[in-house]
Design a protein. Structure first.
Length: 280
């Protein structure tokens, strides 16, 4: 692959049906050099074995997903969330993952106070940031599309994520630029430039936004080129911001998950090569 092609990373949710071992095999067979992993697949085999599987295949881990869910308002919920995120940081360090993707969480049941929930996330990030630095892992705050604000992420824009990251060193807290989640935001391009100046772009994740929206909105992510996103625009913005890291393809889509995984990865490489790589 070209230098740009070597930056392509398979986020294993794109091949949802595969075990970690199977996803590693498919990625390596496709000539990829990186893979984004999820904690459930890692925990299924154990962290040490997971690290060996990736390393033995000649791959690197681009990110570990996911930490976060930090909006709890009870002492028990707060403690449980912190403990789980400390475990996630330990797993990331053992895997050699430079970034722990943080999906910060939605509103607790019965709560309607978005501002208060964001404040609690900021408090928890302040507690976790030094722990991340100590392990050589960065907390990567991922703003999600506003339709997920109530149940998954009270951070909806890159500017919100950057404001939350601002009190902490760039090596401690960064942000994820995910085309699915930010393409709609008229301020996102300037926020990408800001993130670049601050050295906070943790990950560039690409997939398309498909219409009509699926009955389960989580599954509306599509293969690049199948939806409404202008990848030339966003990739150019990320490259201009100085990002030189891996580019993950992360797709949640029932139709894609039902296809043979090797076919999916082959198409992923083709679409990345034509729609993304030329603009890096």
């Amino acid at each position: 692959m070209s230098d740009a092609g070597c930056r392509l990373s398979l986020n294993i949710e794109t091949t949802h049906s595969l075990t970690l071992e199977q996803a590693v095999e498919v990625a390596a067979a496709a000539g990829l050099e990186a893979i984004g992993v999820w904690r459930d697949r890692v925990q299924a085999v154990g962290v040490a074995k997971a690290a060996r599987l990736v390393s033995d295949a000649g791959l690197r881990v681009s990110s570990l997903c996911r930490g976060g869910f930090l909006t709890a308002s009870t002492s028990e919920g707060i403690r449980a969330a912190l403990d789980d995120n400390l475990r996630a940081l330990d797993e990331a360090a053992a895997l050699g993952a430079p970034e722990l993707v943080m999906v910060v969480g939605g509103l607790p049941e019965g709560d309607r106070d978005l501002v208060g929930a964001r404040h609690r996330v900021a408090e928890r990030i302040a507690e976790l940031a030094p722990e991340a630095v100590a392990r050589g892992v960065r907390l990567a705050l991922e703003p999600l599309h506003p339709m997920y604000a109530a149940d998954r992420a009270v951070l909806s824009t890159l500017d919100q994520a950057l404001d939350m990251a601002a009190p902490h060193p760039a090596e401690a807290v960064g942000v994820v630029v995910d085309t699915f989640h930010i393409y709609w935001d008229p301020r996102a391009a300037s926020a990408i430039a800001r993130a670049g100046l601050e050295g906070r772009i943790s990950s560039y994740q690409v997939c398309d936004f498909n219409l009509p929206i699926a009955s389960d909105a989580l599954l509306s992510r599509g293969m690049m080129g199948d939806g409404v996103i202008d990848f030339t625009h966003w990739t150019t913005a990320v490259a201009a911001a100085g990002y030189t890291g891996d580019v993950e393809v992360e797709i949640f889509n029932a139709d894609i998950w039902a296809r043979p995984p090797r076919d999916v990865v082959g198409q992923m490489v083709e679409r990345y090569t034509t729609l993304v790589a030329p603009f890096l």
